[in-house]
Write a protein that binds this ligand. Structure first.
Ligand code: PGA
Length: 233
């Protein structure tokens, strides 16, 4: 299995030099490994990271649902695509806590797919309900659901949340199986407190096909070790 490992840098690091250094270190360290690696930095670092000397796929952490116009502060999927981004994380619980709804996530998914980006859609505990709203109307657009990545990521498993702990591998397997029964042929990842030591427990043909990694993606040594271990599964 060739796992998909997506680094969610969130609002880090604090300046563009550190961002470029981190991207270079990671890109060099994962070169040639049997894994697909995507870095998702804050918007402002994307152009520089796409132009560094090592090749690595780059995604964004959000996008808007319109292409252009009077939407102060927003960034459109076509802008990201034109820069060279391939993926976009959508519906992360940290954005939902700030007011993003499943209906908004649904609009963003459609816009991202139409722009040719691969949405990485985060789903929490209420996955049946969330998936119903999130996927509403997507089939009608004749969009390929297989060009979409789902992440099973309960809020309480995210490393920075109080009392966080990773979901057990057994629960990941069960939740992924359930999600796969609704969204067939979709790549499904696990996210929440994944590190170089536990990553292999979550991956496999019959469970998650990769991971969305927050905290552990900010330390190049740790993240490279994580990708190396994942590539062995
Ligand atoms: P974490 O974050 O790996 O630090 O738990 C994952 C995420 O929020 O996507």
């Amino acid at each position: 299995m060739r796992p998909l490992i997506i680094a969610n840098w969130k609002m880090n690091p604090s300046n563009s030099k550190e961002a470029v250094d981190l991207a270079n270190a990671v890109a060099k360290g994962v070169e040639g490994l049997e894994a697909d690696v995507v870095l998702c930095p804050p918007f402002v670092y994307i152009p520089q990271i796409l132009n560094t000397k090592y090749q690595i796929q780059v995604g964004a952490q959000d996008c808007f649902w319109e292409d252009q116009g009077p939407y102060t502060g927003e960034v459109s999927p076509s802008m990201l695509k034109s820069l060279g981004c391939t993926y976009v994380i959508l519906g992360h619980s940290e954005r939902r806590q700030l007011g993003e709804t499943s209906i908004m996530v649904n609009k963003k998914i459609k816009a991202a797919l139409l722009a040719g980006l691969i949405p990485v859609v985060c789903i929490g505990e209420e996955f049946e309900e969330e998936m119903k709203i999130i996927f509403h109307g997507i089939k009608n657009l004749k969009l390929e659901i297989k060009n979409l990545v789902l992440v099973y990521e309960p809020v309480w498993a995210i490393s920075t949340n109080p009392g966080a702990k990773a979901v057990t591998p057994k629960d990941v397997k069960e939740s992924v199986a359930f999600m796969r029964s609704i969204a067939k042929n979709t790549t499904i990842l696990y996210g929440g407190s994944v590190d170089s030591k536990n990553v292999t427990e979550f991956l496999g043909e019959d469970t998650a096909q990769g991971a969305l990694v927050g905290g552990a993606s900010l330390d190049p040594k740790e993240f490279i070790a994580l990708v190396k271990n994942a590539a062995l599964v």
